[in-house]
Write a protein that binds this ligand. Structure first.
Ligand SMILES: *Cc1c(COP(=O)(O)O)cnc(C)c1O
Length: 427
């Protein structure tokens, strides 16, 4: 039996193993037929078959191939294979957005009556989604990230999944993935991690024991803010108990592909959460420079954090700074850097607005992971639907500015923040 879009296992590359080399060369590049160095964009909704019999086989998962882009598309498959390699999983499913990826990743294993235990330090949109799931009798119990006792106490016989972000957005706390995975597995639960802020450049959650990883690829993977998308990558090693996850029964036969097989044959195609081929192409192109961009952005963020930390009246939150409560864990768990996002508290909402308005280089944008530096006041925007408690738990205050650091020259960024802070109204 075959399932279209599941990546075939390829021979491991032995000659090249580095992060950047592997981004460029670990999957089949371009188009074999023509020698094109970039993958063709199969801008086609549907694919014809040579015979009715072949068509029947395709629909019965008895032949590989493509039928309809909502289900699978060759350009999208090429992107999925890259993501699978990047995160070190067995299969990936590319989605229309990060939120579509998160929704599909969770609902693939949940049903009415189930509970999610989640870190409270989450992206605002994820908190909104969990609230929407209440209407379907799926409830989320929020815990303080890395509070092991509280997590243990929150797990009930209804719990079906543990969820956290590798680096919380915008709290910038670091989840101890290894420990959380061990705790989840001790209770027979899968750990789903949102790796959007860190990316595989800094950490690969599957290697540390997580079971499913999702990325909003609208951010660093794409890297240039030219398309919205997300992706689910399956680690393939979680053993699904069919009593607890009755929907998995009929897919157990797919072994390590069980989770992905269920997703592809059900919710994913039926919710129409597919990625557009054009978007897959943008992402494939963008992710070639993921390592280069992350390296530069992390370096810039580190230098900007150090500079801002030296200014009186500015409180900097960045896992790279020794005074960060998450520095030790960040140092142990993250490779190559501490991320490219920092937040600052400046004393008041008025001063935050004044600094944001005075900056000339960073743009006021509700996004992260662009080549350009971006700033936002999360309290009045991203977390507008959150309650006071949710905001506090997510580390969102009214004097807080989030900075997503780009690849600009650091001297220019520092000079710009210097003039903006100096000129800002104090109150
Ligand atoms: C942006 C983001 C999402 C949602 O992704 P979209 O592509 O905007 O739907 C989810 N999680 C995190 C951490 C994000 O930053």
């Amino acid at each position: 039996m075959t399932i279209s879009g599941l990546s075939n296992e390829r021979e491991e590359m032995t000659a090249v193993a580095g992060f950047n080399t592997s981004l460029l060369h670990s999957c089949e590049a371009g188009d074999k037929q023509t020698g094109a160095t970039l993958p063709p964009i199969y801008q086609s909704s549907a694919f014809y078959q040579p015979s009715a019999q072949q068509h029947e086989k395709l629909f019965h998962n008895q032949a590989p191939g493509y039928s309809y882009t909502r289900i699978a598309n060759p350009t999208v498959t090429a992107f999925e294979e890259r993501m699978t390699k990047l995160e070190g999983g067995v299969a990936s499913v590319a989605c229309a957005s990060g939120m579509a990826a998160l929704t599909n990743a969770l609902l693939n294993i949940l049903q009415a009556g189930d509970e999610i235990v989640s870190s409270a330090s989450l992206y605002g949109g994820s908190i909104d989604l969990f609230r929407d799931l209440e209407a379907f009798d799926i409830h989320t119990i929020y815990v303080k990230n890395n509070d092991w006792q509280q997590i243990e106490e929150s797990i009930t016989e209804k719990t079906r999944v543990i969820f956290a972000e590798t680096i919380g957005n915008p709290r910038l706390d670091i989840t101890d993935i290894k420990r959380l995975a061990e705790l989840a597995h001790a209770h027979g639960l899968p750990l789903i991690m949102d790796n959007t802020v860190a990316t595989a450049y800094l950490v690969k959650p599957l290697e540390l024991g997580a079971d499913i990883v999702i990325n909003s690829t609208s951010k660093y993977i794409n890297g240039h803010s030219d398309a919205i998308s997300g992706v689910i990558t399956d680690g393939g090693s979680f053993s699904w108990d069919t009593e607890k996850y009755p929907g998995m029964k009929e897919f157990k036969k797919f072994g390590k592909f069980a989770y992905t097989a269920k997703l592809r044959n059900g919710l994913f195609r039926n919710t129409g959460a597919c990625m557009a081929p054009q978007t897959a192409y943008y992402n494939l192109l963008g992710m070639e420079t993921l390592g280069l961009r992350m390296q530069r952005e992390c370096e810039n963020a580190y230098k900007l954090a150090e500079y801002l930390d030296s200014i009186e009246g500015i409180e900097v939150n960045y896992p790279g700074l020794p005074e960060s409560p998450w520095h030790k864990l960040a140092k142990e768990q993250l490779k190559h850097g501490y991320g490219a996002i920092l937040t600052i508290r400046v004393g008041s909402k008025e001063r935050a607005f004044s600094i944001i308005d005075s900056l000339e280089i960073p743009m006021i944008v509700s996004n992260i992971g662009d080549t350009k530096s971006l700033v936002i006041h999360p309290e009045s925007t991203l977390n507008v639907h959150s309650t006071r408690q949710e905001k506090q738990d997510a580390g969102v205050y009214d004097d807080l500015i989030r900075i997503s650091v780009g690849i600009e020259d650091i001297e220019d960024l520092i000079a710009d923040f210097k003039q903006a802070i100096r000129g800002a109204k104090c109150s």
